[in-house]
Design a protein around this ligand. Sequence first.
Ligand code: SF4
Ligand SMILES: [Zn+2]
Length: 123
Amino acid sequence: MFDADSLCAETDPDVWFPERGGSANPAKAMCRRCENEDACLEWALTNGEEIGVWGGKSAPERRKLLADRQLSKSRKQADINHGTEGGYRAHQRRGEVIADADPCGCRGAYQLAAAQRRERRAA
Ligand code: SF4
Ligand SMILES: [Zn+2]
């Protein structure tokens, strides 16, 4: 259902919208041969398409995919302990640059810890 070059544009559209209890497999098989499969799936996810097969995925599969993505996104955000030196290192591992204003306090915590280490070494 993506654009005019796609396989589904040349085939009976009902295949992509199986009746309740009907099989999504014929549509999925076509999607697998479609060169727009990935783009089509992303389009459907971004636009919240709730019915039919898009990019080789049925509606329940797309819901699962969105939920999984949401979860891994929130896990990623959650695992930084901001305002600590460990948080600063976590930002570094992710390649994130902390803005000059140090909005989450991680850089300040790191600088403080580094200064304390220097003092201990000097003592
Ligand atoms: S991936 Fe499937 S639904 Fe999407 S354009 Fe191709 S054939 Fe159509
Ligand atoms: Zn931080």
